[in-house]
Design a protein around this ligand. Structure first.
Ligand SMILES: C[C@](O)(CO)[C@H](O)COP(=O)(O)OP(=O)(O)OC[C@H]1O[C@@H](n2ccc(N)nc2=O)[C@H](O)[C@@H]1O
Ligand SMILES: Nc1ncnc2c1ncn2[C@@H]1O[C@H](COP(=O)(O)OP(=O)(O)OP(=O)(O)O)[C@@H](O)[C@H]1O
Length: 306
């Protein structure tokens, strides 16, 4: 996790900014195991992080404010509704006398894209406030603020691979993963998470058991090739519903699967971003170049997931 401090100008009264990367979350597998009476779905998902990120900075001080800039700023919607502010308020209302301050968000990741951009920004905001106030990330109020902000925020709080269970509030111990060369591809269709879950049309009060053998096989796996083979046994149960809503996701999967070196292609979260896994970084770079040429309007990056 990158975290640093920058001082603008000379010594003394110059403002001190705390900086955090808000990395893209990737659901390497995502099983939907049921639906609770409150409507939320029970999940069993292996979450990892790609090395592409939004950048969030905080100048600790009085009040709370946010400015959003960068290539994807518009997609993140109204500043007042930004998940950075929602997370900061959720923590402030649980903790008296917290120092907040002025946030600056460089928005680079596509929004409503299944890679948790907003959730990762919110988690980065909580990390920054925790640092400014010398709170540990394991503080129960920090965790409660994360849960209150969104289902994906708790898993984004500490940037390590984990199994995310229930509706996101239950997290496994860290699952160390070997670095996986990857391509992320988004066909440019925003996909609201609630719409995808609704399309599943799962009745409330249903629940099936997780496949714990997959978690056991992945535990301690150090070889990317073997890990990809294990992941191939998994799935994303939201993929069929998302494909109904956004057929372009099917095209994106087909484009990835058409790359001869792509070993696995799957949707992340509720889409529309899909990821392809490769055995080498060179193969991922070459695939990204080939796809960018074929689909100049799509968002495509090569990265490493781990
Ligand atoms: C699909 C995932 O991205 C997988 O990591 C997450 O579960 C979704 O996380 P998120 O974007 O933070 O979602 P939230 O903002 O908490 O929920 C948006 C909406 O999705 C639906 N939702 C979300 C999570 C969940 N386990 N069951 C649901 O049914 C609910 O209608 C909810 O109102
Ligand atoms: N900082 C933010 N970045 C992106 N979107 C934000 C942010 N704050 C609020 N939003 C709103 O949240 C919505 C969902 O954004 P987000 O990028 O988190 O979705 P997602 O990638 O589908 O998330 P997930 O994978 O958690 O389902 C956006 O459409 C936008 O209106």
């Amino acid at each position: 996790m990158a975290a640093d401090v920058t001082a603008a100008g000379g010594a003394g009264a110059s403002p001190v900014w705390l900086n955090e990367k808000a990395r893209a979350k990737v659901n390497l597998t995502l099983a939907v195991l049921g639906r609770r009476a409150d409507g939320f779905h029970l999940l069993d998902s292996l979450v990892a992080f790609a090395d592409i990120a939004d950048e969030l900075s905080l100048e600790p001080g009085p009040g709370l404010s946010l400015e959003v800039y960068g290539s994807r700023a518009k997609e993140a919607g109204a500043v007042a509704d930004n998940l950075v502010l929602k997370a900061a308020k959720a923590l402030a209302e649980r903790h008296d006398g917290l120092t907040l301050g002025h946030f600056r968000l460089d928005k680079r990741l596509p929004a409503a894209a299944g890679i948790g951009g907003g959730s990762s920004d919110a988690a980065a905001a909580l990390r920054l406030i925790a640092r400014a106030n010398e709170l540990p990330l394991t503080d129960e109020k920090v965790l409660a603020a994360a849960r209150a902000t969104g289902s994906d925020v708790p898993v984004c709080l500490q940037v390590v691979g984990r199994w995310m269970r229930d509706a996101g509030e239950t997290l496994s111990a860290p699952v160390p993963l070997p670095p996986l060369p990857a391509v992320l591809l988004n066909p440019g269709v925003a996909t609201p998470t609630a719409d995808v879950f609704r399309t599943l049309a799962l009745p409330a009060g249903t629940a099936i058991s997780p496949d714990l053998s997959l978690a056991a096989a992945i535990e301690g796996e150090k070889s990317p090739t073997a890990l990809i083979r294990h992941l191939d046994r998994g799935r994303n149960d939201l993929e069929p519903a998302a494909l109904v809503l956004r057929p372009a996701i099917g095209e994106a999967l087909a484009v990835l699967r058409g790359q001869p070196t792509c070993r696995l292609a799957r949707m992340s979260g509720s889409g529309a971003t899909v990821f392809g896994l490769f055995e080498t970084a060179e193969a991922a770079v070459a695939a990204r170049q080939a796809i960018a040429e074929r689909r100049p309007g799509w968002w495509v990056v090569d990265t490493v997931i781990g």
